[in-house]
Design a protein around this ligand. Sequence first.
Ligand code: ZN
Length: 166
Amino acid sequence: MYKRGHLGIAMLTLAPITFRLVTAGYPAFAALVAGTVLYLSMLPDVDHRLPLVSHRGPTHSLLFAAVVGGVFAGAASLVGPALSVPVPGDVSMVAFGFLLGFGTVVAHLLGDVITPMGVNFLWPYPKRWSLSITPADSAPWNWGLFALGVFALAGAVVLAVRGAPI
Ligand SMILES: [Zn+2]
């Protein structure tokens, strides 16, 4: 999947999370989460630029997602207490950091598993999974997912701000 499609899936994933955080009274934290996820939505494709790393290999796996989650958890434990934005008090920053990093990578993998090339989720175990729904360069799919994502995320923000009944 191309960047536009990945951003779309990231926004679809973010929509319910953003809704929950904004309705709970944490709009700044919601924006921080959304910004982080969108900024890093293409992180696994760093393998295009890494020598000796095959495309859709190690960086397109649950193991990589867990590593990124671990880095996020570590960063959250350091930065969390110093954050000036109000964050939900009942959420452990370390757990939330892990889920944020893990989820960011998994959202990317979902965008790639629908293409014929598929994803090697259990790398280094050599098996690829593919739903083979659309080629990665499909303009209708990339634009469609992007438009759906924008619609879902914008809708979530509007509903949350207007105080829609849950
Ligand atoms: Zn990818």
